[in-house]
Design a protein around this ligand. Structure first.
Ligand code: HAM
Length: 422
């Protein structure tokens, strides 16, 4: 026997017993996205590496160490498997002129790739559903996208999600804070670990994100960005909070919430859970008013978020959320050559009438076929033997519910109608 080939570490198959959960999520979110007026956009999985260096930020963990970047072996182009969707979405909008004098509310879904250390809730290929709202500078839209997620959780049958909120201010405010922060961190240069030293001048905010217990006190007492916000940023943030209060949505202000991507300004947020251990963030996003211009478009304010679908799948599983099953209406059982041919036709007729039907492939004893019919979860077994072929009828047997075991003879041309009526 040939040696088997394994899947790639951190990249998962979604098996049939799990896929109904994914479909449930897709169905619920489609209705939810429509309720908020979002249209779908589909971008390629591969983009130019420059897009992410410029978009996500040269000194982020994603760009520094997690990108699946490679050269196209045919023409040497530098390409990357997208680590996230925002940069590609902005690229597509600029390229196709979607942002001229108009607003856009867009959503996308699909696989993203980050070379991280795999663990529960963290994978190298994972899936996001993201939304991006373009052309809105006012805080009502920040609040709307946050409220939108609050509205999603009960639709999915989930509760107990927490919202963390921060404002990163605007570029000048960040620059002033950054200068003060570097000065502060330089005072601790002797105790900073290698990672923090490396980030001190490239991405000092990320130094505060350190998990190193020896650095916690230093991080907690560092100058906070929130104290550097100017009037406009402050008012913007106050309005977001007021709208959340009006909507009855609780939140925790987290001045250390800085996000791992460079494009954000003003509002940033994360929806978290205590049920997933270390990978606690289920959805995250914020405002990014500078990115469109940074990627070559005319200035255009924007705000958005992405949901980590694998993490949501884990939550649905842990909370035993009941997933509506797509069970077949009928399983067609047959015996003998003529019956098999007739059953093949009957199955097609039932499907044409809108029913979900499994035709028993091949042959087998009635007993083994009925066993398969039971396992399929079908409501009915449609039984065709020689006698039924001759009389153009079927024996319709109820497999589940109160009428379980009931059998009746039904003419083939009335079968779909009878099944529907029960
Ligand atoms: P992000 O925080 O990098 O933001 O990712 C969003 C979500 O994707 C995370 O909260 C998490 O649920 C999920 N996620 C991230 N990495 C992994 C992984 N390795 N394995 C499993 N799930 C993961 C963004 O990507 C931004 N583009 C969001 C955004 C859209 N901001 C504005 N618009």
């Amino acid at each position: 026997m040939a040696q088997t080939i394994q899947g790639i570490r951190g990249m998962n198959d979604v098996l049939p017993q799990e896929s109904s959960r994914w479909q449930f999520f897709e169905q619920v979110t489609r209705e939810w996205l429509a309720a908020y007026g979002y249209s779908q956009i589909r971008m390629p999985i591969v983009e130019s590496t420059h897009l992410f260096i410029r978009g996500v930020g040269e000194h982020t963990d994603i760009v520094e160490k997690e990108m699946y970047a490679f050269e196209d072996s045919l023409n040497g182009e530098k390409l990357t498997l997208r680590p996230e969707g925002t940069a590609g979405c902005v690229r597509a909008c600029i390229e196709h002129g979607l942002l001229y004098n108009q607003t856009q509310r867009l959503w996308y879904t699909g696989p993203m790739f980050r070379h991280e250390r795999p663990q529960k809730g963290r994978y190298r290929q994972f899936h996001q559903m993201g939304i991006e709202a373009f052309g809105f500078s006012t805080p009502d839209v920040d609040a709307e996208v946050i409220v939108m997620l609050a509205d999603l959780w009960p639709r999915l049958g989930l509760s107990g999600m927490s919202l963390e909120l921060n404002s990163l201010g605007d570029i000048e405010e960040r620059a002033a804070h950054r200068a003060k922060l570097i000065q502060y961190l330089e005072g601790y240069i002797d105790i900073l670990d290698e990672d923090s030293k490396r980030r001190l001048y490239t991405n000092p905010l990320r130094v505060l994100d350190t998990k190193n217990p020896d650095l916690q006190e230093m991080a907690e007492n560092a100058p906070q960005l929130i104290d550097f916000l100017g009037e406009a940023s402050k008012t913007h943030f106050e309005t977001v909070k007021a709208l959340l209060d009006d909507a009855g949505i609780a939140y925790t202000l987290n001045p250390r919430l800085v996000r791992g991507l460079d494009y954000y300004n003003r509002t940033v947020f994360e929806w978290t859970t205590t049920q997933l251990g270390a990978q606690s963030t289920v959805a995250a996003g914020g405002r990014y008013d500078g990115l469109v211009e940074q990627l070559g478009g005319k200035p255009c304010p924007a705000v958005g978020f992405a949901i980590g679908i694998e993490r949501l799948m884990l939550l649905l599983e842990i909370n035993e959320v009941a997933i509506p099953a797509q069970l077949p209406d009928a399983y067609v059982v047959h015996q003998g050559e003529a019956a098999a041919r007739n059953a093949f036709t009957v199955a097609r007729q039932l499907r044409a009438a809108g029913l979900n039907v499994i035709y028993h492939g091949g042959s087998g004893s009635f007993k083994s076929q009925f066993k398969k019919a039971d396992q399929s979860g079908a409501r009915f077994a449609v039984v065709i033997g020689e006698g039924e072929v001759a009389s153009q009828t079927v024996n319709l047997k109820t497999l589940i519910g109160e009428q379980q075991g009931k059998q009746e003879i039904v003419p083939q041309d009335q079968l779909a109608q009878v099944i529907r009526s029960i």
